[in-house]
Design a protein around this ligand. Structure first.
Ligand SMILES: Cc1ncc(CN)c(N)n1
Length: 227
């Protein structure tokens, strides 16, 4: 069973309920043909390189978004531990940027000469709109959780027993598919599930809509990489 869906029905949080309700979109985002091609070893390495360059640009745009969620946590959360979760997110992004640079040079990808494709620009525009002060903490944390979950679920799938992921891509899959990253996603999910029941109906609707937008953007991002 996929992450986020494992709790018994009587304890089910809002986020798990949404993942069940939107299972088709969730599966489209986490079991995309690009990911399946990594898992079965048939991945086109040019597609991988395209993903690498575009995702580096995305991650740079993701840093200010995560920072904005951290600021919202400082102002709006009544649980001190949210700050640590979001700080760990920023620390991981620091490592991630260094990793992208190292990985790009390994694959001969010149990051400085890469221009963002339209799909990437659209996704970064969505991130920017999600940073605005008017966006509630609950909505922003739901977006962050969904963005991280898609990568965690996708890359963890490429590491499962029976997968034939090429050894040179194993490190990439480990980056987001490792257990620690899975626990971090669960911490985000817990924050969202704590916030959502006390939010207004309007906020809850916005958070659910944001989940769907993230899943759509993620599918588009994989499509762009797959070529
Ligand atoms: C497109 C995308 N989505 C999610 C992640 C995980 N931070 C990422 N690096 N890139």
């Amino acid at each position: 069973m996929e992450a986020g869906l494992e709790r018994p029905a009587e304890e089910e949080g809002t986020t798990a309920m949404w993942l069940r309700k939107h299972r088709l979109m969730y599966t489209a985002a986490t079991r995309h043909p690009f990911i399946l091609s990594i898992r079965d070893g048939s991945v086109d390495l040019n597609s991988f390189k395209r993903w690498l360059g575009q995702d580096y640009l995305f991650v740079r745009a993701f840093v200010p978004f995560v920072s904005s969620v951290l600021l919202k946590a400082c102002w709006e959360s009544d649980d001190n531990s949210d700050m640590e979760v979001l700080l760990s997110s920023l620390a991981a992004l620091n490592d991630e940027i260094a990793w992208f640079k190292k990985e790009a040079s390994k694959w001969g990808v010149v990051l400085a000469s890469i221009a963002p494709q339209r799909v990437n620009k659209d996704y970064c525009r969505f991130l920017k709109s999600s940073m605005e002060p008017g966006i509630e903490y609950t909505v922003a944390i739901a977006a962050l959780w969904a963005i991280e979950l898609v990568y965690q679920q996708s890359f963890a799938y490429c590491l499962e027993e029976g997968s034939r992921t090429p050894p040179e891509l194993a490190e990439t899959c480990q980056r987001w598919g490792n257990e620690g990253f899975g626990q971090y996603c669960q911490s985000l999910q817990k924050i969202a599930d704590r916030q959502l029941p006390r939010a207004t109906n309007e906020e809850r609707k916005k958070a659910e809509a944001v989940l769907l937008r993230v899943l759509e953007h993620e599918v588009e991002f994989w499509n762009m990489s797959h070529g």
